[in-house]
Design a binder for this molecule. Structure first.
Ligand code: AMP
Ligand code: MN
Ligand code: MN
Ligand code: MN
Length: 280
């Protein structure tokens, strides 16, 4: 069976490899079909497609959209989207602009905590596309405020910490409609990462389905083995198609090589089952 990795990031968002380098890395790791799913941006897909043609692997057009659901941030991956679809482009554009405003607030808050220069410092790590918490994390680690990525989030960039600013992302129904409206399918990313509690998680899955979401990322590079097992079962019970993605961000940010991501268990129906002969 070909190896599908349907979640990854490039320098267009907060990954550290260019779309071309990412695609060649994936090919070397034995990936046969890669989705580039940058946060709130599709502008790396053209370069990635060219590289995939050269490397002899398939590229799936993707995106990872930031969504606010009942005051919590969740991520929805769109696969096989049309990167030229006007509603999608317009929606993503608004999200990227709102990131600029959030970044300014984050820098103000960090400054109140005695950390100066974080806005320019974060932008020095960002491409001209999006600014994210990851870019602040790189700056803070560079300046010695934390020893690594994991601790910098814990100390500064999560709820209750100085550099965290609450933010309103896209509405879930809206985000799913941009994806499906462009011909793509919507997948709930890394469901194990949301700290929602059992009841709210069930509610999220039900509402996601009502909105037109059809996929669940049951195997994720950011899941534990237990989470992978749990969501494999959930996909089967709730009749979601199953997706698999490393969520690779580059060598500094990942402890898991793409090659080491577990395969999709036989118990679930792969989201790519209906994709045979796909030409994207
Ligand atoms: P943003 O969309 O700007 O809020 O940034 C979110 C990104 O930060 C995620 O996509 C991850 O790449 C990264 N991130 C979030 N939480 C953590 C964490 N605890 N450890 C490492 N990276 C994280
Ligand atoms: Mn990220
Ligand atoms: Mn995510
Ligand atoms: Mn991701």
């Amino acid at each position: 069976m070909p190896s599908y990795d349907l979640h990854s990031h490039s320098t267009v968002s907060d990954g550290s490899l260019s779309p071309t380098d990412l695609v060649f890395y994936a090919a070397a790791q034995g990936v046969d079909a890669l989705a580039l799913t940058d946060h709130d941006d599709v502008s790396g897909l053209a370069e990635a497609r060219k590289a995939a043609d050269e490397a002899g692997i398939r590229l799936v057009n993707g995106v990872e959209i930031s969504v606010t659901w009942r005051k919590r941030t969740v991520h929805i991956v769109g696969l096989r989207i049309d990167p030229a679809h006007p509603d999608l482009l317009q929606g993503l554009d608004v999200l990227r602009q709102s990131r600029v405003v959030r970044a300014e607030k984050m820098a103000d808050e960090l400054s109140k905590a005695g950390i100066e220069g974080s806005l320019a410092g974060a932008y020095a790590y960002a491409s001209d596309r999006i600014i994210s918490r990851t870019h602040f994390a790189r700056f803070l680690v560079e300046r010695g405020y934390a020893k690594d990525f994991k601790s910098v989030f814990k100390k500064y960039l999560v709820q209750g910490k100085p550099g965290y600013v609450p933010h309103q992302w896209a509405d879930m129904a809206e985000a799913v409609s941009w994806i499906t409206g462009s011909g793509g399918v919507a997948v709930l990313a890394h469901p194990g990462r949301y700290d929602l509690g059992r009841t709210n998680l069930q509610l999220l899955l039900a509402e996601f389905k009502e909105c037109g979401g059809i996929g669940l990322e049951v195997i994720s590079g950011s899941h534990s083995a237990d989470m992978n097992r749990h969501f494999t079962e959930q996909a089967r019970l709730l009749d979601f198609l199953a997706s698999r993605g490393s969520d690779y961000h580059g060598p500094e940010q990942n402890y898991l090589d793409m090659r080491r991501l577990p395969p999709l268990p036989d118990a679930c129906t792969p989201i790519w089952q209906a994709w045979d002969g796909f030409d994207d």
